[in-house]
Design a protein around this ligand. Structure first.
Ligand code: PLP
Length: 385
């Protein structure tokens, strides 16, 4: 059984997710977070839809520029930025979200000749009570603690670069309106105390964390009151350039993964189905207990006998490669398993190189028309010691 697994990304679904998110936000800039899905066509379409871009590495920055993003509309984030990354950010005229005092010192010392616009990423002291993955309010490798933030801004002021605003990112995969609103409200209140330092129009990047179902059937969530509630709080700050970021909400729905059952076997009374994809193609982060086991689209609809439970495993030589220990459907050899909502944190968040299986095919469609069909490979290059 050599059937290949295939990721499909439908660009009109990407459009619909972008439009849905925009409809729930007040007038603002929206950034696409490349780490959710760096496929060049996804990135290009996001740029065409007028999104700005958030990158977290040198590689993502190079890719964003190559995909047509205007450097002025790119924000470079990430802890422990390499010199190479900072250099490309400054040379290209991208905005840098600085995450530490050390980073400010390096920017001042190394890249004074190419002054950059800097956002200061702040680890807010007040924590949102509701966000699931806490990235703020507690000890963190991200950003500068709120207590140090005023000193950090003064250090920026004494150097060649300009301080344009603040950046907050408080959590991920938040699916309740109250929780989203609460974290943005905390961010807005905190940002206000930094406005006087801004040399240009004050930018307040409030982050995001907009939740979306992952690897299971489910509609994109809607938060009908969010826009109005945010408009009210932002009413006093009409001159701000407010920004939001999203990877998951924007890209999740556009992607599905189709894999095949290669083999079915029994062990001590338990039925195992071995699929053509495992944590090398999907849900690598699930192995790190960050995301729930993947769920295939209602197997019963496809006529499977749901009274029988199968353990759905991937083809990797590790017990970690369990896509679903309670797969509700007796799938047989050759059956297709379609996993929806994997356009974000799918292939690129997986353990693709582990065990040397081929990458899945990635096919991009636009209204059903095929735009590209490709497969990634890994190349080993010579490095001068
Ligand atoms: C990961 C990340 C994002 C994107 O998060 P999603 O949950 O995919 O929307 C945005 N901003 C920063 C700083 C991040 O680290």
């Amino acid at each position: 059984m050599n059937a290949t697994s295939t990721y499909r990304y439908e660009l009109t679904t990407l459009d619909a997710s972008i439009d849905a998110l925009r409809s729930m936000l007040p007038a603002s800039e929206l950034l696409y977070s490349v780490k959710a899905n760096p496929h060049p066509e996804v990135l290009r379409r996001s740029v065409e839809k007028g999104l700005s871009i958030e990158v977290s590495s040198h590689g993502e920055l190079a890719l964003a520029i190559a995909s047509g993003a205007v450097p002025r509309d790119i924000v470079c984030t990430g802890p422990g930025k390499s010199d190479e990354y900072l250099k490309l950010a400054c040379d290209s005229g991208s905005c840098v979200s600085v995450e530490s005092m050390d980073e400010i010192d390096r920017l001042n010392a190394l890249y004074a000749a190419t002054p950059a616009r800097l956002l200061l990423r702040i680890n807010a002291s007040r924590r949102s009570s509701k966000a699931r993955l806490q990235m703020t309010g507690v000890a963190s490798q991200f950003g500068v603690d709120e207590e140090q933030a005023h000193d950090a801004v003064k250090t920026i002021h004494h150097g060649p670069h300009s301080f344009v605003g603040v950046h907050l990112y408080m959590g991920s995969n938040v699916d309740e309106e109250d929780a989203l609103f609460e974290q943005f409200q905390i961010g807005i209140e905190l940002a206000a105390s930094f406005e006087t330092y801004a040399t240009d129009r004050f930018t307040v990047d409030l982050g995001g964390g907009f939740g979306h179902p992952f690897a299971r059937p489910g509609e994109r969530p809607m938060w009908p009151g969010l826009r109005e509630r945010l408009q009210e709080v932002l009413g006093a700050h009409e001159n701000w350039n407010v920004a939001f970021e999203s990877g998951r909400y924007i890209a999740s729905a556009c992607g599905t993964l189709t894999m095949h059952v290669r083999e079915v076997k029994w062990s001590k009374g338990i039925r195992f189905a071995i699929a053509s994809s495992g944590v090398n193609h999907l849900g690598g982060l699930a192995g790190l207990r960050r995301i729930p086991p993947v769920r295939a689209q209602a197997a019963a609809d496809a006529g499977f006998d749901t009274t029988e439970t199968t353990r759905l495993a991937g083809p990797l030589c590790t017990p970690v490669d369990m896509l679903n220990p309670l797969f509700d459907g007796a799938c047989d050899v050759g059956d297709e398993i379609v996993i929806p909502n994997v356009g974000a944190y799918g292939l690129n968040a997986s353990l693709a190189n582990f065990l040397g299986h081929p990458y899945p095919v990635e096919q991009v469609t636009d209204g059903g028309e095929i735009v590209s069909t490709t497969r990634l490979t890994t190349i080993r290059e010579e490095v001068t010691p």
